[in-house]
Ligand binder design. Structure first.
Ligand SMILES: Cc1cc2nc3c(=O)[nH]c(=O)nc-3n(C[C@H](O)[C@H](O)[C@H](O)COP(=O)(O)OP(=O)(O)OC[C@H]3O[C@@H](n4cnc5c(N)ncnc54)[C@H](O)[C@@H]3O)c2cc1C
Ligand code: SF4
Length: 521
């Protein structure tokens, strides 16, 4: 631990997800009066019951990043997780306060935190200690919080598709010379969303994975020692922990996987945790990668004829569209988003969300790979674990805590809107047009999970009734009137209206039995 015990003018804090190559903290840095601070805090690993790989990724990336700054000779205090002098002080803000005692700065400079809770804690600390607090804008994002607020203006509902088109024009991305969208369309979804062929996905080039070096191995041992009872496994840890590794992972994706990314974005298959996905979310969220370079690499691959437009557009939409939109939405709707519970759901998360020990093959596969790697792709998160939590009436805050805990890319600004807004419709549709729900037949179409399941996706009653299907129909039954009013769900609502009284009764009693025994499914 490089502790510099002296008074300084400014403490400049770098949080674990602020590992920018070109840190905003360096603009105006004064080596004579400024001190950089990085803090490993056990409280950040236990605020939710974090997956071991998630904790390890943050710590390993932070340590490698700090090593780079030391090599550059910049003054840095780095507090390690198990620093004995801080053993009584697990919370990040408390550790920082102790450093303030030691270094007596007049000013605390932070890059705007990605989490509302932490932003509040830092503001409260600065106010309590009479420190000037400077919050630097996070240059990583393509749409600043102020720009998003201006775009959102007084709109009643915020829609990603319009935001995305606006961003494409603003950032001159995938445009023809005359400013129209490349290929004459903004959106190539119709060409994407295919399932894998019936016999399976075939050979998919693997993503780049990285053998842990000495620093990372020390972190893995540390995490096992301190958080051995936390969910998840460390044996498969291979995530990029440095910018050089993240750049390599990006290159491998662009060269080998991007061309097929589009068509199979929504496909799922057992023992195929990665599919054709990019696996770049964690590197982006830690800021090891800049979204501009990721988007530019994808666009160049298309312009050079190395990847089809439908795949490239689908990928760019995720980053320039969804990712920036979700961040804007988070700051727009916090702190209310954290409490949102539109349907007033109050049930507890089934225990098997933490163990994967369930008879439902779809949940077993998606949760199983989550525990193995800290990763599941978008459709697994949205249409398997997410929609089940909605249909099973789980309290949104418990669901949000689970998602924040188990994914290596989980940081609240991106996790919470995806959970509360996209998966659970807990905000009542402030930025989505409908609840994302489907019966087990959708899962059967998009995957091979149902082939390995003791439930049958087409059955709504009886011993083999599929819980996804039963609870989907029960949801339609329960919310029939509201769904019938929404043009995007009117057809779904009409289908439940066709059930006769006896079918409806059977459905309701099967659903009630399942809801009362979620742990046993
Ligand atoms: C319920 C739920 C929870 C989620 N929680 C997180 C989370 O904690 N952290 C996180 O980074 N993503 C989250 N996502 C979004 C998305 O599932 C992941 O970004 C994606 O699966 C990461 O894998 P990938 O890098 O292979 O992405 P790809 O599918 O290859 O997409 C490329 C990139 O686009 C971005 N992206 C794609 N979809 C979204 C989205 N909906 N919101 C924001 N960015 C997106 C990611 O940065 C991703 O790396 C969540 C989605 C859902 C439905
Ligand atoms: S039958 Fe139902 S529970 Fe089983 S895998 Fe298919 S959708 Fe999931």
């Amino acid at each position: 631990v490089a502790t510099v015990d002296r008074s300084v003018k400014r403490l400049r804090l770098i949080l674990g997800d602020q590992l920018h190559a070109d840190s905003p903290q360096l603009a105006g840095f004064d080596p004579a009066g400024d001190l950089l601070v990085m803090i490993e805090a056990p409280g950040e690993a236990t605020a939710v019951w974090s997956h071991k790989a998630r904790i390890a990724l943050f710590l390993a990336a932070m340590r490698h990043y700090a090593a780079g700054w030391r090599e550059r000779g910049l003054p840095l205090v780095y507090l390690e997780l198990d620093d004995p002098a801080y053993a009584d002080c697990p919370a990040l803000a408390d550790r920082l306060e102790r450093l303030i005692d030691t270094h007596r700065p007049a000013e605390l400079v932070v890059i705007e935190p990605g989490e509302w809770r932490l932003a509040q804690a830092l503001r409260a600390l600065a106010a309590r200690r009479g420190l000037r607090l400077t919050e630097l804008p996070d240059s990583h994002f393509l749409c600043s919080r102020a720009d998003f607020a201006a775009w959102a203006g007084r709109k009643n509902s915020l829609r990603m598709e319009f935001f995305y088109r606006w961003m494409r024009q603003r950032h001159k991305t995938l445009l023809e010379r005359d400013g129209t969208p490349a290929g004459g369309q903004w959106n190539f979804d119709a060409d994407n969303r295919r399932p894998y062929p019936r016999q399976g996905p075939g050979l998919i080039p693997p993503p780049a994975r990285f053998e842990p070096d000495e620093t990372t191995r020390a972190v893995l041992a540390l995490v096992q020692r301190h958080f051995g009872d936390h969910p998840g496994r460390l044996e498969h840890f291979g995530w990029p922990v440095t910018r050089a590794q993240a750049l390599h992972a990006l290159q491998v994706f662009i060269d080998e996987r991007l061309p097929q990314f589009g068509p199979y974005q929504d496909a799922m298959w057992t023992d195929t945790p990665w599919g054709w996905h990019a696996l770049l979310s964690a590197s982006l969220n830690l800021k090891l990668l800049d979204p501009r370079e990721v988007i530019a690499a994808a666009e160049s691959a298309w312009r050079a004829g190395r990847a089809p437009l439908a795949s490239v557009e689908g990928f760019v939409r995720q980053i320039l569209g969804w990712r920036e939109f979700i961040r804007g939405v988070y700051w727009h709707f916090m702190p209310q988003l954290r409490q949102a519970n539109f349907y007033n759901h109050q049930r507890s998360l089934p225990r098997w969300y933490w163990t994967a020990e369930t008879k439902m093959a779809c949940m077993r596969a998606c949760i199983g790979q989550t525990l193995d790697y800290g990763f599941a792709h978008h459709i697994q998160r949205l249409m398997v674990t997410g929609q089940f939590a909605l249909l099973a009436q789980i309290e949104p805050q418990q669901v949000a805590d689970w998602y924040l805990a188990v994914y290596v890319d989980a940081v609240e600004w991106v996790e919470l809107p995806n959970v509360a807004g996209m998966a659970l419709f807990a905000d009542g549709g402030r930025f989505t047009s409908k609840p994302y729900i489907a019966s087990g037949k959708y899962i059967e179409r998009q995957s091979n999970y149902c082939r390995h399941c003791e439930y049958r996706p087409e059955q709504k009653s009886g011993a083999a009734a599929c819980p996804v299907t039963v609870l989907y129909w029960a949801f339609l039954d329960r919310h029939h009137e509201a769904l019938a009013r929404n043009p995007r769900t009117r057809l779904m609502a009409a289908s439940v209206a066709r059930l006769d009284a006896e079918q409806r009764q059977a459905l309701r009693s099967t659903a009630a039995r399942m809801l009362d025994n979620l742990d046993a499914l």
